[in-house]
Every structure is written in structure tokens, then in C-alpha cells.
Design a protein around this ligand. Structure first.
Ligand code: SAH
Length: 352
């Protein structure tokens, strides 16, 4: 069995390579190829000797080369790309690149599937299969870095907003973000990273203990208990009012504003009363609201409200001095909502 060296620290890489008889300084060269140049084929690492390349190929592998791109979808405007990745164990996850005028961001998945069973989400249709490793999360970013090489750029922002609940895979998520933060990898600022949670309070507290300026996003989606529980069963264990309190404590500890995500679902949570109620909860918080017109998931029968209803909701928040925006839509034509591509792919395989 070849050892996979992807995601090892420089010290670990040195230990692995010298154990096979390579010189210590080679590890640094390999490390630079992998994480600064996004080159994953040993044979393309041009400052290595033929003997070293042969030794590397014989003994080691690199995760991005063991991941198959099962599907690639690019939005018609060219701004969004979505990959369905086939992991070495046969599971698959989605990852999305979004090009903004301020740089490229990647939305990574943290788990295969999800156990939160939010009613409107495609990721949890079949529950969680397993956690992703830190290396598997880092690889999602680096597969896009590899694609961006030709444009002389790298991913500059990461949002942990793909499939899965990041707070239930806390160590791997933080491990991946710490790795991307290193100055000898992406040198990515924690301020350019966001973790989105459905409201796992112990996770929010642990994140606060980390003392890193990582952005916190909370998927709120409803501010009436019964409705939120019906949309997001997690509300039973962690009622949203307590989640807001924990998020506010996070904000106070680190000075970062919390973003509340609120999917607008037609005739479910998009009324004037809901907008007023949401305002009451957030009015004096260091918070902003990101309104997301629902991506309809055909399996679940949720619809997107009209533009007018979205505008009406937004106006009420703004009237109440809540910093609110409607999420810019990217990739609607490529099933970019959580889990949609994976779910579709699984269905197609079933019918084969
Ligand atoms: N589990 C985490 C992160 C993954 S979900 C969380 O709940 O925040 C990322 C975001 O996409 C969440 O806000 C989620 O509620 C939202 N989402 C899921 N399904 C969606 C859909 N059909 N349309 C719009 N947003 C959706």
C-alpha cells in the first residue's frame, strides 16, 4: 500500500520521505509543488531528480490524484463550477467554485451526506454516510487551485457550506482550515473562511474557544419554534433562541459579525409577520441576514417565493435596521444547491 502524503504537515512529510531514503530538503520542494503550485503529479515536479521521482511514485500517492471527477458542471455565465468528486472509498461529495470580482471562493462539503434532515435540503435525503477527513476537505480546495493555475490565481476564500454539518466534524474542519491558513500553503486569512451551521451549540462554543477570526454563519430559516422544528429537526435539541445567544457570544468574543441565513420558502416562512419577528430577534445583534430564495428540491415540494415577496421581506428587515441582503444567485442552472447534483447522480445510477 502506498502512503498518501496529501495534507501532511511539512514535518510529517519530511519524516515520511526520509524514511524512504530521500534527503530532508526534498520534502520542502515536494511541499511547495503540492501546496503553492498545486501540482500533484510527481513527474511534473521539475526540480526533483529522476531517482527521487521514481522513489516517490513507488511509495507515495497524493489524494487529489485518487479522487475522480465524476461530473463537472459549469454555469452558462462561466462564474460557477461544480464538481462531483468520487472519493477513493467510492463515496461522492460536491464542491463548488464561485468567481467573484474580489477573488475565487470554494464551497466545501464537510461530510458525505448529512444527518440533520432539514426538510428543504437535498444533502440529507439518505442521511450521513461518514465524516470527511481534513485531507478530503483540503483536496476540494486544491482541485480548484489546480484548475486555476492557468489563470495564475488560487482560491482565496472558503465557505464550509456544502453537504454535511461542519460542527459534527469539528476537528477535521478546523484541521483543514488551519492547514489552508499556513503561510507555506494558501496563506488564507481566517477572515476569509466561513463555517455554516444549522445551530449545533456545543460546536459554536468550541469555535469560540479556538479564538480564530473565522466567520460564523447560522442557518436560521425560521423564527417560530414549531415551524423551525418542522423544517429543521435540530431545533428540538438546540432551540433557535439559544442558538442566537451562542452565536452572539461568539461574535462578542471575536468581534466578528454573525451571518444568519434565511431561506425563503413560499407561504412557509416569508410572511410580513415572519420578517418582523426575525427583526425583533436580531435588531440589537452584531448580525446580518442573508436571504436565500429557495432552490426548489423537487423531492420535497418547496417553492421559491415571487420576487415581490422576497423584496417585501428584505424591505421589512431594512426598515428595522437589520443589515440584510438577498444572496446573489450563482449556479442555479447547475444544481448548485447542497446535495442536488449528488442526489441526481445517485438517481441516474439507480436507473442504469
Ligand atoms: N449544515 C450546515 C452547512 C451546510 S448547508 C448548515 O446547515 O448551515 C448550507 C446552506 O444551504 C444552509 O443554510 C442550508 O440551509 C442551505 N440550503 C440547503 N438546501 C437548500 C435549498 N434547497 N435552497 C437553498 N438553500 C439551501
Amino acid at each position: 500500500m502506498k502512503q498518501d502524503i496529501f495534507g501532511l504537515t511539512i514535518e510529517e512529510l519530511q519524516a515520511a520521505l526520509t524514511a524512504k531514503g530521500m534527503k530532508t530538503f526534498r520534502a520542502k520542494q515536494v511541499f511547495q509543488w503540492l501546496y503553492q503550485k498545486s501540482v500533484f503529479d510527481f513527474s511534473a515536479m521539475r526540480n526533483l531528480s529522476k531517482a527521487d521521482i521514481a522513489l516517490l511514485e513507488e511509495n507515495f500517492t497524493v489524494l487529489p490524484r485518487r479522487i475522480a471527477v465524476l461530473r463537472e458542471q459549469n454555469s452558462s455565465d462561466g462564474l460557477t463550477s461544480k464538481l462531483l468528486l468520487g472519493l477513493p472509498d467510492g463515496n461522492s461529495v460536491e464542491t463548488v467554485l464561485m468567481r467573484h470580482d474580489y477573488g475565487c471562493s470554494v464551497c466545501v462539503s464537510s461530510q458525505v451526506g448529512c444527518d440533520m434532515h432539514c426538510a428543504f435540503c437535498a444533502s440529507g435525503l439518505n442521511g450521513a454516510v461518514r465524516n470527511l477527513s481534513a485531507a478530503e476537505i483540503i483536496a476540494q480546495v486544491y482541485l480548484f487551485n489546480e484548475r486555476l493555475r492557468g489563470e495564475n490565481t488560487m482560491v482565496s476564500r472558503v465557505v464550509v457550506m456544502g453537504s454535511g454539518e461542519p460542527m459534527l466534524n469539528f476537528d477535521a474542519v478546523i484541521g483543514a482550515l488551519d492547514f489552508l491558513h499556513r503561510e507555506d500553503t494558501c496563506l488564507m486569512s481566517y477572515r476569509n473562511m466561513t463555517i455554516s451551521t444549522c445551530g449545533i451549540i456545543p460546536g459554536i462554543r468550541r469555535l469560540a474557544e479556538q479564538g480564530k477570526p473565522i466567520n460564523l454563519a447560522v442557518s436560521l430559516h425560521a423564527v417560530r419554534s414549531e415551524l423551525r422544528t418542522s423544517l429543521m429537526p435540530v431545533n428540538k435539541g438546540f432551540p433557535f433562541a439559544d442558538v442566537i445567544t451562542a452565536a452572539e457570544a461568539y461574535s462578542e468574543a471575536g468581534g466578528r459579525q454573525v451571518t444568519y441565513e434565511y431561506i425563503l420558502l413560499k407561504d412557509k416562512n416569508d410572511s410580513v409577520q415572519d420578517a418582523e419577528l426575525l427583526s425583533n430577534y436580531l435588531r440589537f445583534k452584531h448580525a446580518s441576514v442573508n436571504l436565500i430564495p429557495a432552490n426548489p428540491v423537487p423531492e420535497q415540494g418547496f417553492e421559491r417565493p415571487s420576487r415581490q415577496r422576497v423584496e417585501r421581506f428584505l424591505k421589512i428587515l431594512q426598515k428595522n435596521r437589520i443589515n440584510a441582503t438577498v444572496r446573489k444567485e450563482m449556479g442555479k442552472d447547475i444544481d448548485a444547491a447542497c446535495g442536488q447534483l449528488r442526489a441526481k447522480f445517485a438517481k441516474e445510477q439507480e436507473h442504469k
